[in-house]
Ligand binder design. Structure first.
Ligand SMILES: Cc1cc2nc3c(=O)[nH]c(=O)nc-3n(C[C@H](O)[C@H](O)[C@H](O)COP(=O)(O)OP(=O)(O)OC[C@H]3O[C@@H](n4cnc5c(N)ncnc54)[C@H](O)[C@@H]3O)c2cc1C
Ligand code: FES
Length: 274
C-alpha cells in the first residue's frame, strides 16, 4: 500500500520567475505522480518543512509537475532560494479536484486572482485539452499590477488564440501603468456582460480570500446558483489526509472533502473567508 506520509524525491528542472514574488518550479519526481486539476500536494524542503501547493501544469503531463509558489514565509522563502538541480519531496495528490466530467456540455466561467492562477491554469489546460466537451470557457483574471500577472505570455498571447469562438480571456489589474492598455479595476469589474447561459453554467473561483468573497457575492448577484459556484479553499493544513483536524471548515475537512467545495456547502460556515 502507498505510504501517504513518505515524500517522493523530485528534482527541480526549471525555475520561471513569474512576478516579483511568484516563481514556477518545474519538478521531475522519481516516480510518476498522477493527479487531477485542483488536487493538491505537500512539497517538502529538506531541513525546513513542508507546505501544500496545487500543481499548475496540465494533469496530462506525466514526467514533470509545475508548482507556482508565492513567497510568504518560511517554506516558500526556502523554495524561492532553490535552483535547478536541487531536490524537494512531493507527497500526494490529496483532496478532491474539479469535477470536469460533471461539467460536460456546460459553459465554464473561471474567476481568479494572484497566485490563485495556479490551480486555475491546471484546470484551464485540462479543459482546453477536451474543449469539445464544453460549450464555452470564459477566463477572468485579476492581478495587482501588470507586473503581477502570472503566466503573462500564455494568458496574454497564447490562450486568446486557442479558439476565439469558444475561449475568451479577460484580464484586469488594480493599478495600471504606461504599458497597460486593458481594464483597470478589481476582477469583479470584468465579471459582467458574460454572454453565458447561467442555467447551464458553472463558475470556478480561486484567489486571495477577499477576492474569493467578493467574486462569490458577485456571482450570486448575477444569478449563479450556490451549487454551481466552485471555490478552491486554502485552509491551514498539517497532515493533508483527514487525520489532524487543522483544516476544518464546519463539518468539512478541506484537505479531504475539498479543497474544491461548492458554495452551497460552506456558505454558512464561520471563517469561510478567513
Ligand atoms: C490546498 C492548498 C493549496 C495551495 N496552493 C498554493 C499554490 O499553488 N501556490 C502558493 O503559492 N500557495 C498555495 N497555498 C498556500 C501555501 O500553502 C502557503 O502559502 C504556505 O503554506 C506558506 O508556508 P510558509 O512556510 O512559506 O509560510 P509561514 O511561515 O507558515 O507563514 C508566514 C506568514 O505568511 C502568511 N501566509 C500563509 N499563507 C499565506 C498565503 N497563502 N497568502 C498570504 N500570506 C500567507 C501566514 O499567515 C504567516 O503570517 C496552498 C494552500 C493550500 C491549503
Ligand atoms: S490537514 Fe489534517 S485533517 Fe486536514
Amino acid at each position: 500500500m502507498k505510504n501517504v506520509y513518505k515524500p517522493i524525491t523530485a528534482e527541480i528542472v526549471d525555475v520561471i520567475t513569474e512576478t516579483p514574488t511568484i516563481k514556477t518550479f518545474v519538478v521531475r519526481p522519481r516516480e510518476t505522480i498522477a493527479f487531477k486539476a485542483g488536487e493538491f500536494m505537500e512539497v517538502t524542503v529538506p531541513g525546513v518543512g513542508e507546505a501544500p501547493f496545487t500543481p499548475s501544469s496540465s494533469p496530462s503531463v506525466k514526467d514533470t509537475i509545475d508548482f507556482t509558489i508565492m513567497k510568504v514565509g518560511k517554506v516558500t522563502e526556502a523554495i524561492h532560494d532553490m535552483e535547478k538541480g536541487a531536490l524537494v519531496g512531493v507527497r500526494g495528490p490529496f483532496g478532491k479536484g474539479y469535477p470536469l466530467d460533471a461539467w460536460k456540455g456546460k459553459e465554464i466561467l473561471i474567476v481568479g486572482g494572484g497566485v490563485g492562477g495556479a490551480p486555475l491554469r491546471a484546470l484551464f489546460l485540462a479543459l482546453v485539452e477536451r474543449l469539445g466537451d464544453f460549450k464555452k470557457i470564459l477566463y477572468c483574471y485579476g492581478a495587482r499590477t501588470p507586473q503581477d500577472i502570472v503566466y503573462k505570455k500564455q494568458i496574454m498571447e497564447e490562450w486568446p488564440r486557442i479558439d476565439p469562438k469558444k475561449v475568451e480571456i479577460r484580464l484586469t489589474v488594480d493599478e495600471g501603468d504606461e504599458t497597460w492598455k486593458g481594464n483597470v479595476g478589481v476582477v469583479t469589474t470584468v465579471v459582467k456582460d458574460l454572454g453565458l447561459n447561467l442555467n447551464n453554467s458553472v463558475a470556478i473561483v480561486c484567489g486571495p480570500p477577499i477576492m474569493m468573497k467578493f467574486a462569490t457575492f458577485r456571482l450570486v448577484e448575477i444569478g449563479y446558483p450556490d451549487n454551481a459556484i466552485y471555490l478552491s479553499m486554502e485552509k491551514n493544513m498539517s497532515c493533508g489526509i483527514g487525520k489532524c483536524g487543522h483544516c476544518m471548515l464546519g463539518e468539512y475537512m478541506v484537505c479531504k472533502d475539498g479543497p474544491v467545495l461548492t458554495y452551497d456547502l460552506i456558505k454558512d460556515k464561520p471563517a469561510i473567508w478567513d
